[in-house]
Design a protein around this ligand. Structure first.
Ligand SMILES: Nc1nc2c(c(=O)[nH]1)N[C@H]1C(S)=C(S)[C@@H](COP(=O)(O)O)O[C@H]1N2
Ligand SMILES: [Mo]
Length: 388
């Protein structure tokens, strides 16, 4: 762990303590339940290629984390995954402006200080990139406490007109897109229906785990849409634009478009949908051994629907109920574990599955109506370990 991440952990601890209940009831730093205990060792996965390692955070870079080493409920800011499609602008806090434009009664402009003086809300949100993948062992993932102002309050202040049905969020990062042989400069843009935008849970965030957002996570201000794939969380947010028709930019209508089979009046059709709410998913991330006793740990992500159970199957055995970490909140990731008694030496296959309160069960790869297109890899994922 680098010095920075130790610092951010202390910040996290402070913000946890400030909450009162959470850390206090545990009686010790709350990540210590996840950090390796004295004498506890990682059991190697046999499905992880030799030399597999997560790249460190570098300026301008992309980052996935090594899910075997997740050891805290809140991901340290410098280990949270990083994805962007253009550049990583560094915007000075003094020059920053957030503008609300389009079909509103009163176009608005805010400085960072003005946003910070408004009613602050905090929310835990864990999310993954819609393109998270098995060959990275689902390392495009993270969980943080975000602080900022409610999007619906800002929209309310501006007064959305009746014709305004779509809200588009533009970042300050830009790139050239070739659209039917015309090169045009585009800012990163994502959108949602006005009814979705009025959710109380969505925030325009300036804090991540109790400190200012790092620039690579979208400083000074980004959108956080709890329960949605990472793509919705527009970094370096500059414009909130209300319009009278759906927005069809690259990241809504061409990229991050997932395929599934749907029933249209009795006809089976391939449907293309923009990646929005996180599909019900769990995955095993590590196996540890302490004094001969084994523990299997994993994570769940979904759209915030309450869960019924998380189960783990070892080889062809029965599904066994895993325990969900008590810090979990509606939109956080949910870490879980199962103590695995009497693990016999040799190779074993471990699979997890999550079921929500509506009875929806995480699909197996065979049950998926299609093989995952590049997006939404949410099928059950069997891992293999060798017990020595
Ligand atoms: N402005 C902007 N916001 C963006 C992106 C981007 O390229 N530009 N990438 C999106 C994608 S694809 C993901 S998965 C998340 C990643 O957020 P993070 O880098 O803070 O983890 O940011 C989203 N927000
Ligand atoms: Mo993404």
């Amino acid at each position: 762990m680098s010095k920075e991440s130790e610092t951010s952990r202390r910040e996290v601890l402070k913000s946890g303590l400030a909450l009162g209940g959470v850390a206090a009831t545990v009686g010790m730093p709350f990540w210590s339940k996840l950090a390796l205990a004295q004498g506890e060792i990682l059991v190697p996965f046999s499905d992880v290629p030799e030399g597999f390692a997560a790249n460190p955070v570098t300026p301008g870079g992309f980052h996935f984390l090594d899910t075997r080493h997740i050891d805290s409920f809140y991901t340290p800011n410098d280990d949270f995954y990083i994805v962007q499609h253009y550049n990583q602008p560094e915007i000075s806090a003094d020059d920053y402006r957030l503008r609300i434009t389009g079909l509103v009664d009163q176009p608005l402009e805010f400085t960072l200080a003005q946003l910070q003086s408004m009613k602050k809300v905090e929310i835990d949100a864990g999310f993954e990139c819609g393109g998270n993948r098995r060959d990275m062992f689902h390392g495009l993932i993270g969980n943080a406490k975000w602080g900022g102002v409610r999007l619906t309050d800002l929209l309310g202040d501006a007064g959305v007109q009746d014709a305004g049905i779509e809200v588009v969020f533009y970042g300050a990062d830009k790139g050239t897109e070739n659209i039917r042989n015309i090169d045009v400069e585009q800012a990163f843009g994502r959108s949602m229906h006005i009814d979705d935008a009025h959710s109380d849970d969505i925030i325009v965030a300036y804090e991540m785990n109790g400190v200012a957002l790092p620039y690579y996570h979208g400083a000074p201000v980004r959108l956080i849409v709890p329960g949605w794939y990472g793509i919705a969380n527009v970094k370096w947010l500059e414009y909130i634009h209300v319009q009278d028709r759906r927005y069809m930019g690259r990241f809504m209508a061409r990229d991050y478009v997932t395929l599934s089979k749907i029933d249209v009046g009795g006809v089976e059709r391939w449907d293309e949908r923009s990646v929005t709410r996180i599909q019900l998913k769990s995955s095993i991330i590590r196996v540890t051994n302490r004094d001969g006793g084994h523990r299997v740990t994993g994570f769940v992500l979904n759209d915030g629907t309450a869960l019924k159970s998380i189960e783990i199957k070892i080889d062809d055995g029965a599904w066994q109920k895993a325990k969900i970490d008590s810090e979990s909140t509606q939109y956080s990731w949910k870490l879980f574990h199962l103590d695995w008694d009497n693990a016999a030496p040799g190779e074993h296959t471990l699979t997890s599955r999550v079921t929500d309160v509506n009875g929806q069960v995480q699909a197996t790869m065979d049950q998926m109506p299609e093989k995952p297109s590049r997006w939404e890899n949410y099928a059950q994922f069997s891992r293999t370990v060798t017990i020595s």
